[in-house]
Design a protein around this ligand. Structure first.
Ligand code: FE2
Length: 376
């Protein structure tokens, strides 16, 4: 026995409307005639791989007239058409209904963050390997996509260090803050992040379109006196809420919440639910930032109902058992999915110690792209 025993020639059954392929391992998939006709390899541009035809160019109900096997390919012919098509079995298997999701969607939720140790349970990569070791960087990126968070050590604790490191990971998104932002205590901050107050768990910039996909924070000066970092997996907490209180979950997923940011040089506004779902009902994003929720436009009755749900979610986010707590040192960098992983910090004493983190945002698609390009 080996892992590839079921890669032999599969068993085929077919009708005019569909082909059923049963692999050696017993797994089977049914492919509609129209789906096969739409995916004929010869209807793709050989250079770009892009489809050359539109759905209107397809016969509405193509009838299969012959199916055969040639080595590791399936051959299909259709009624009234001179050209058949060849499909590699490996390609069919990768695109079968029920095939594993794309790697960027294979997330491993972690609910009980307090039981985890950042150094032991998450991916860490030294700056030199991030910069020069493509295989190590690829493996680290896969764990970032799976866990939603990953760490780097030894990133030069200089102002340029974060951009140098993140140039290997994705494309930095420039915002009204510029390419980077500095998280340190300043007088009269226009964002409470730039104070020494503790910050509850939140996601950044839900008022922005698009919401930053990934966020990096690089420690330039650590505070020995507070200022620990807190993280929680918003997808796992939302799934926990869905399991334990489905009505509250449904209300949060269905209520648009206004988010607003104003400063001297920007006014940013967007509406989105605290828990955002994909069209198939899977959790797509968590947007939670109590500092930037604008007044809700709700009548008294719906407002009461919404506030009860909002409070229930907020209370879950405050539960210490869901929080991964870690103390990052100078040169450490944490990178996380800003629409999944909530982050916060404990208070620190800015008068005694100058804590300084520099942050930046990365576009989601660019990080996914770098991970995909690193795959064999
Ligand atoms: Fe933040």
């Amino acid at each position: 026995m080996n892992d590839h025993d079921d890669d032999g020639i599969p068993t085929i059954a077919w009708t005019a409307r569909a082909v059923t392929v049963e692999w050696r391992g017993g797994e089977a998939a049914e492919f509609a005639s129209l789906w096969l006709r739409d995916n004929r390899p010869q209807d793709r541009d050989p250079h770009s791989g892009q489809r050359l035809i539109d759905v209107c160019d397809l016969p509405p109900a193509p009838r299969i007239t012959a199916v055969s096997v040639l080595a590791d390919h399936l051959l299909v012919e259709w009624e009234g058409e001179s050209a058949g098509a060849r499909f590699a079995f490996a390609w069919l298997r990768a695109h079968a209904p029920g095939a594993p999701p794309r790697p960027e969607l294979r997330r491993a939720p972690w609910l009980e963050g307090a039981t985890l140790d950042a150094a032991r349970d998450f991916a860490w990569l030294g700056f030199a390997a991030l910069d020069a070791d493509a295989a190590a960087r690829g493996a680290w990126l896969e764990r970032l996509l799976r866990d939603g968070i990953a760490f780097c050590s030894g990133v030069p604790a200089t102002e340029a260090g974060i951009l140098q490191a993140m140039s290997r990971v994705g494309r930095v998104a420039t915002t009204n803050y510029g390419e980077v932002f500095d998280v340190r205590a300043v007088p009269s901050p226009e964002n409470l992040a730039y104070s020494d107050l503790g910050l509850g768990l939140h996601t950044d910039n839900p008022y922005r379109e698009p919401v930053p996909g990934f966020q990096a924070l690089h420690v330039l000066h650590a505070s020995p006196d507070g200022g620990s970092s807190l993280f929680a997996d918003g997808f796992a907490i939302a799934a926990h809420l869905r399991a334990t209180d489905p009505a509250t979950f449904a209300l949060l997923a269905a209520t648009p919440v206004p988010f607003l940011y104003r400063s001297a040089d920007a006014q940013l506004y967007a509406e989105r639910p605290l828990i955002q779902l994909r069209c198939d009902g899977a959790i797509a994003a968590v947007h939670y930032n109590n500092r930037s929720i604008a007044p809700l436009r709700l009548a008294a009755g719906p407002a009461e109902t919404f506030y009860a749900a909002y409070r229930a979610f907020a209370q879950l986010l405050r539960e210490p058992r869901f929080q991964l707590r870690c103390t990052l040192g100078a040169g450490d960098l944490v990178l996380f999915d800003n629409q999944r992983i909530l982050h916060g910090r404990t208070a620190f004493q800015s008068a005694r110690h100058a804590r300084h983190l520099r942050g930046c945002y990365l576009t989601r698609d660019s990080v996914h792209s770098r991970a995909a390009q690193a795959r064999p």
